[in-house]
Design a protein around this ligand. Structure first.
Ligand code: SF4
Length: 359
């Protein structure tokens, strides 16, 4: 491949056809980092308002480092994969306390920070610091597979190695960030997953997949794990001082977020109209509080990784007046729900209660 000609073709195309993203040419490492973490598992359109809101709450790295974790999770609410928010917070504290607020400029050093993987480290290094380092993310992974005519699984160990080596061979020493962005744009808008626009592609002359007629067959990703259906119960326990919330523990899904008592329902309980024993036992197990389940008032469907979850929401009353002695439990009036970081379905449930007759 004539790499210099390839780079020129990409840059020419990008000047005219590159995506007009709000962060185009952004070089502030804090902003680059935030958006790249948010963009993992989330679309560009969905990220834009979150990024603006997050930045107005935590305008600088120091603001983020000084924040309470609950506040960070609250701002992250709705984006999912909350370990990303917890790692952002930890990494901000390390950058302030260990690095004196100075960003490492090299990808290998950036990769030592919590939540910063190979791609994110190289994105920050190239976008913010012009380090000549390549990146491979979803759009470029597809583009490189097709350019190389790579017929095996690009996410296998050998596949990753081959794609990263190919990416490194292309990246220029000058303006590597701009070049990386151009390739991401090319993958997102021309070399698209289903119907790549090969006729309009500025790099078709170097494309092995086109030469072999394989452009719609590549990349060949290994099959995703099968989806498992699960039924869970969330129990809204109404006490005299509000609704019972519990902070989810380390090791649990959504650790650090607050939630209504929530647990899986097995077999017959999953389909029973009101599985009184299972609900009472589940709440007792998670909170130590005895309750009297009353009725189901809502049902949501949502997905978490490979699980498709039916969430049945029940009302319950405590069987006795209960003072709380654990700091991971709280009675919360509906007007104060906003102060607690909740999962997406936890927030839907809270809103439903806030606007219901039960409040
Ligand atoms: Fe993708 Fe087609 Fe361009 Fe090859 S020629 S890189 S398959 S858009």
């Amino acid at each position: 491949m004539d790499v210099a000609a390839f780079r020129r073709a990409v840059s020419r195309w990008h000047r005219v056809h590159g995506r007009n993203l709000p962060w185009r040419d952004e070089r502030d490492p804090y902003r680059v980092w935030l958006r790249e973490i948010m963009l993992q598992q989330t679309t560009v359109t969905a990220v834009i308002p979150y990024l603006e809101r997050f930045l107005s709450r935590f305008p600088t790295l120091a603001d983020l480092a000084a924040a309470e974790e609950a506040d960070v999770l609250r701002q992250w609410e709705g984006l999912g994969y909350y370990s990303r928010a917890r790692n952002l917070h930890k990494a901000a504290q390390i950058l302030i306390e260990v690095h004196g607020g100075e960003w490492p400029r090299e990808a290998d050093a950036l990769e030592q920070l919590p939540g910063i993987g190979r791609y994110t480290a190289r994105a920050i290094a190239s976008f913010a610091f012009d380090r000549p380092t390549a990146i491979v993310e979803a759009n470029t992974e597809r583009l490189y597979c097709r350019l190389m005519g790579y017929v095996d699984d690009p996410r296998s160990t050998a596949g990753r190695k081959a794609l990263w080596a190919f990416a490194e061979s292309l990246v220029p020493r000058t303006r590597p960030g701009q070049f990386n962005q151009a390739l991401m744009d090319l993958g997102a808008t021309v070399c698209t997953p289903q119907q790549p626009s090969c006729d309009e592609c500025p790099v078709s002359a170097w494309c092995e997949a086109t030469r072999l007629g394989l452009q719609t067959e590549l990349p060949r990703l290994a099959k995703r794990p099968t989806i498992t259906e699960v039924v869970e119960a969330a129990v809204a326990v109404r006490g005299t001082k509000g609704w019972l919330l519990r902070r989810r523990a380390v090791g649990e899904r959504w650790a650090g977020l607050w939630d209504f008592p929530r647990f899986s329902l097995e077999d017959s309980a999953a389909t029973a109209a009101l599985p009184i024993r299972e609900l009472a036992e589940g709440v007792l197990r998670q909170t130590g509080i005895r309750v009297d389940p009353q009725e189901q008032f809502a049902e949501f469907r949502h997905s978490v990784t490979r699980y498709r979850i039916t969430l049945r929401c029940f009302l319950a009353e405590p069987t006795e007046i209960t003072e709380l002695s654990r700091d991971d439990l709280a009675w919360v009036p509906t007007a104060r729900f906003q102060q607690f970081p909740l999962s997406k379905t936890g927030r839907e449930l809270a809103n439903r209660l806030h606007h219901s007759l039960f409040a």
